[in-house]
Each structure stands twice: as structure tokens, then as C-alpha cells.
Design a protein around this ligand. Structure first.
Ligand SMILES: Cc1cc2nc3c(=O)[nH]c(=O)nc-3n(C[C@H](O)[C@H](O)[C@H](O)COP(=O)(O)O)c2cc1C
Length: 370
């Protein structure tokens, strides 16, 4: 299919493209990414069903595989049939917000994105562009689900709202998704690309704004909804591991159903040491001009460490079933095995998914479970 050919070609020329002046390369990639995605999301490949050994029931929901796309890949509810046919273990739409957002633009570059092809990594500073909770919930409500490929929605409080307005907008959005018959909700508490988002939790105590949001959602959504759909919370891969215990404690106490470690990193100085020399110019230009979030291979160790620690912190008796999700640097069957061994129930992938798509096309999940 065309998107497979495009991805293969791109993967071949990408290392050369990144030798162009950094601004030029980033400008080209930022404008090509949505075009590629548009093509990709319109394709429905022949159906592949993962082996039954990969399936598990979590929160009473059948996941036919332990891995699926991370949030931000299909911001507006696109491509369910594409990934369901590929064999994904679930589908995650969003992140959406109460009001539609255009996303970030700077120096003439809309939705800045840079691949680091020699390092298996990327940067993005998209700024949560999306069509709003209400619109995306309507799109999801019209989908016909494939068995074993449940639908999740990633939500965030709206960065342009504050106080009670932001909280109400968030819970209203969660209710739209409940009515749209989604199977689970992921609360994004960790986007580095919008102002006032709780991206880094590095101090020795949990942020007061975060606690207020979690308590509000617990009271106004989790404990009042009839269907009991799981709500998991996604934190940054930069989270101080010393806080994982407190996070799991608060989430289980408030009735949340899981935690995800996690989102992109802003530890530019730390990961600059890990970047391949051929990607340094683009890395420096991107992080100095936009900042943004780092994804991909950089995060493989931190996501495993944080998620594995979270598993250890789950109290032996919780009122509700609680599971840990790992996101960051997941790209191979070995990563899934390492996660499973650590007791991590589910993995999500983004950067690694597209690396594998360039190699294996729509057979991306088939290849993983071969
Ligand atoms: C282009 C891009 C857009 C993203 N948008 C979102 C988003 O809207 N919501 C979110 O929770 N995470 C978002 N993320 C973060 C990913 O979901 C994931 O947490 C991160 O990329 C680490 O996983 P990876 O190493 O497999 O890429 C985005 C990542 C990328 C690369």
C-alpha cells in the first residue's frame, strides 16, 4: 500500500535529509508528517489477528494483544480500522481538550517535529492540536469495534482554561466519551508542549493542582458513573522515581484504574549525551528553538524503571482493579517481554511503531508476534 512505500522510502532518505540545514530538515518533516498520516489513516490492510496467547482480560475488557498506539498518534479519532486490521491490542484517540486547538507554530513551522533517524528518537512541539472532546467523541461513537481491540480516549484539561472551568470542561469531556461507548479513558497529565501542564514531577511531593484535578475527577466522574469504565493517568517519563509510590497510592485511593509511565521527556542535557553525532545539529536546533518533548529510544530505560516500580507499589488489596501501562522507547518483542516480566500489563508505542512500520508496513503487529 502507498503509505508502506512512502515510509520505506522515507526511512532510506531520512539519514541524508537530516544533513540538510537543521531548520530546513525540520520544516520539511513537520509539513510531511500530517500528509503521510492522512494517507496512512485512509488505508485498511488485510486483517491480522494476534495469537490467542497474547490476549488478556483487564478491567473486564478483552485486549487481544498487550500493545497499542500511544496518545497523540490519532488525535481526532482517525485510523481505528487501520490499526484494528493490523492487529493492535487496542486503539487510543486524542489527546483532546474542551475547546478545539490549532496547536503550536513558530518560525513559520506548524506543529514542529524532528526525527532523529540515527538515534531511534524524535522531538515534537505540537501543542495538543485537536478538534475537542465533543467532536472526537462523536467520531468514536460511530465506529464499529473489532473484538479484542477496545477504544480508549486520551483527555486533558484545557490549557486555556483554569480553575473550576477547566475541571468542569474535563469531566464534561469524559462524559462525552462515556456516552460514545469508549472502553477506557487516559488522563494526560504530562504534555510538555502546552503552558501550565504538570509535565515534570520532580519535587518531593505531588503538585497541589494535580491532586485537586485527581480528587475532582474521582468525585465527579469515577465515583458517579454507572458503567465503571477505567480511568488511567499518564505521567512524564521524567517523573522522579521517588514519587511513584505516592502517585500509585493517591490513584488507588481515589479509585483510578491504572497509571502510565509515560510521556515525552524535556531532559535535553541528559539525552544530548545519548544522541548520535549525525542527529546533534537537528537536536540542538529543535530543543533551543522550540523545546518540545523527546521520544523514542532515549526513554526505554526510564519507562521500564518507572512502570516496574509502579507495579511494585500497587497495594495488595485495592477497591478496583489497577494496572500499569508502559510507554517510551518500546519497539521490539523483547521490550514487551521485559515489560511482562516486570508485571506491566500493557505497552503503548509511538516512535518505535513508525520505525517498525517503515520496516514491516501494515504487518507491524504480525511481525512483533511472529
Ligand atoms: C508527534 C507526537 C505527538 C504526541 N502527542 C501526544 C498527545 O497528544 N498526548 C499524549 O499523551 N502523548 C503524546 N505524545 C507522547 C506519546 O504518546 C508517548 O508518550 C511518547 O512519544 C513516548 O513514547 P515513544 O517513545 O514510543 O514515542 C506524542 C508524541 C509524539 C512523538
Amino acid at each position: 500500500m502507498l503509505s508502506e512505500t512512502l515510509a520505506r522510502l522515507d526511512s532510506a532518505v531520512r539519514p541524508l535529509m537530516m544533513h540538510l540545514p537543521a531548520r530546513t530538515a525540520i520544516s520539511i518533516y513537520s509539513s510531511m508528517r500530517p500528509r503521510f498520516l492522512h494517507r496512512f489513516t485512509s488505508e485498511v490492510p488485510p486483517t491480522y489477528t494476534p495469537p490467542l496467547t497474547q490476549a488478556q482480560t483487564l478491567w473486564g475488557i478483552n485486549f487481544r494483544a498487550p500493545i497499542f498506539n500511544a496518545a497523540g498518534m490519532f488525535k481526532n479519532g482517525e485510523a481505528y480500522y487501520t490499526v484494528a486490521s493490523q492487529g493492535a491490542g487496542a486503539y487510543l484517540a486524542g489527546t483532546t481538550t474542551a475547546l478545539a486547538r490549532m496547536g503550536n507554530e513558530k518560525k513559520g513551522i506548524k506543529h514542529p517535529f524532528a526525527p532523529y533517524p540515527h538515534s531511534g528518537a524524535a522531538s515534537n512541539w505540537l501543542g495538543l492540536p485537536n478538534r475537542s472532546h465533543a467532536t472526537v467523541a462523536t467520531i468514536l461513537s460511530r465506529l464499529t469495534k473489532t473484538d479484542g481491540c477496545p477504544i480508549g480516549a486520551s483527555v486533558s484539561s484545557d490549557p486555556t482554561q483554569s480553575g473550576i472551568e477547566a475541571l468542569q470542561g474535563l469531566v464534561e469531556g469524559m462524559n462525552y466519551y462515556l456516552q460514545a461507548n469508549v472502553d477506557f479513558i487516559e488522563l494526560n497529565e504530562s504534555c510538555p508542549n502546552v503552558p501550565a501542564h504538570g509535565h515534570e514531577i520532580r519535587t518531593d511531593e505531588l503538585d497541589a493542582g494535580l491532586l485537586e484535578r485527581l480528587e475532582y475527577i474521582s468525585t465527579k466522574f469515577i465515583k458517579t458513573q454507572q458503567k465503571n469504565i477505567p480511568v488511567i493517568v499518564k505521567f512524564s517519563n521524567d517523573t522522579d522515581s521517588g514519587l511513584v509510590h505516592a502517585i500509585v497510592d493517591v490513584l488507588t485511593t481515589l479509585g483510578f484504574s491504572g497509571v502510565n509511565f509515560g510521556n515525552t521527556s524535556t531532559q535535553y542535557a541528559r539525552y544530548r549525551n545519548a544522541i548520535n553525532q549525525s542527529d546533534v545539529a537537528a537536536f540542538d536546533y529543535f530543543t533551543k528553538t522550540f523545546g518540545g518533548g523527546l521520544s523514542g529510544a532515549f526513554l526505554k530505560a526510564s519507562s521500564l524503571e518507572l512502570a516496574a516500580k509502579a507495579v511494585q507499589c500497587i497495594p495488595t488489596s485495592t477497591a478496583q482493579e489497577f494496572h500499569v501501562v508502559r510507554t517510551g522507547g518500546v519497539e521490539t518483542a523483547e521490550d514487551i517481554t521485559a515489560s511482562r516480566t516486570a508485571g506491566i500489563a500493557l505497552c503503548q508505542w509511538y516512535t518505535g511503531y513508525f520505525e517498525q512500520f517503515a520496516r514491516n508496513g501494515h504487518g507491524v503487529y504480525k511481525h512483533l508476534f511472529a
